[in-house]
Design a protein around this ligand. Structure first.
Ligand code: PLP
Length: 285
């Protein structure tokens, strides 16, 4: 495998950044994960737009132009022969003597890009059986709208889910409203057939898959409502599912040990998944 690190293509096993990198010391960095399917990058423009936003919200420097970045991404995918998989891209505020203040003017941001192939049959299994989730009280900072590498609460939540025999955790507010998963956005289909997901103005990351799934819903003529919903509503839903670039649209069949509807994946999430790739923006490698 080959990785890109600050202007160079290096062997993945030897790819490294400095120990005084601010990503390492302060989680002072942002990232993107993008799906690649059938040799096409899915929703690249939206992912790069969100990266720009994350960088500017944290007053970080753009590592390179969008044209150059796109070139490098495609080169990393080509060198790793990825047809179906993902690439991961991370930008930090750079390496500098440890100090909470921003590093000296001119400190170059650190950029790394990796890519890997994934096994579609693993996802197919998740689609067929659905996943179990647990709910956890939100304990993250209030800027989760920025895709930062500061993911410790998410890491602990995922592990807690695994320890409980579930696949994922959903963060909820003190008054029982659903925020989002540890690495995916949450959706339900109400008993009367409406597709619902929480507004992305506050409290969640505005998922790219979420945005494109809204486009897909419109194409399919589904009734879509952007509003908050509770854990109770999730229990009583006709269907529940999670969206992310790595899973696209994964059915949720159990919440906190209680089945959603009949405990089997629903048809709406399947329909969205089946139409997703056709609707999404596709960029050739
Ligand atoms: N919410 C969180 C906390 C995430 O980490 C992610 C993806 O990693 C998402 C939502 C889904 O975002 P996207 O659809 O852009 O992958």
């Amino acid at each position: 495998r080959i990785a890109y690190v600050n202007g160079q293509y290096v062997r993945h096993s030897e790819a490294a950044v400095h120990i005084e990198d601010r990503g390492f010391q302060f989680a002072d960095g942002v990232y993107e994960v993008c799906e690649v399917r059938e040799g096409l990058i899915v929703d690249l423009t939206r992912h790069l737009n969100r990266l720009d936003r994350s960088l500017s919200e944290l007053r970080m420097t753009q590592p390179m132009s969008r044209a150059a970045l796109t070139l490098v991404i495609r080169e990393v995918l080509r060198r790793n022969r990825v047809r179906n998989g993902i690439f991961y891209m991370q930008v930090t505020r750079g390496a500098a003597k440890r100090d909470h203040f921003f590093p000296p003017e001119g400190t170059a941001p650190t950029i790394t890009i990796t890519a890997k192939s994934t096994d579609p049959s693993l996802l197919a299994k998740k689609y067929a059986t659905g996943i179990k989730v647990i709910t956890l009280l939100e304990n993250r900072w209030d800027r989760v709208d920025i895709k930062t590498v500061g993911l410790l609460p998410n890491v602990l939540a995922k592990q807690q889910a695994r320890d409980a025999g579930a696949h994922d955790a959903i963060f909820v507010t003190r008054d029982g409203m659903v925020l989002e998963g540890a690495s995916a956005n949450a959706w339900i289909v109400t008993p009367d057939g409406k597709l619902v997901t929480r507004p992305a103005e506050h409290g969640i990351l505005k998922g790219i898959t979420r945005t494109t799934a809204i486009d897909v819903a419109a194409k399919l003529g589904l009734v879509f409502v952007e509003r908050e919903f509770s854990v109770d509503e999730m229990h009583g839903a006709r269907e529940a599912f999670m969206t992310s670039a790595t899973g696209i649209c994964v059915p949720v069949v159990e919440v906190d040990g209680k089945p959603v509807a009949n405990g089997h994946p629903g048809t709406v999430s399947g329909n969205i998944r089946d139409t997703f790739f056709a609707i999404a923006e596709k960029t050739a490698i």
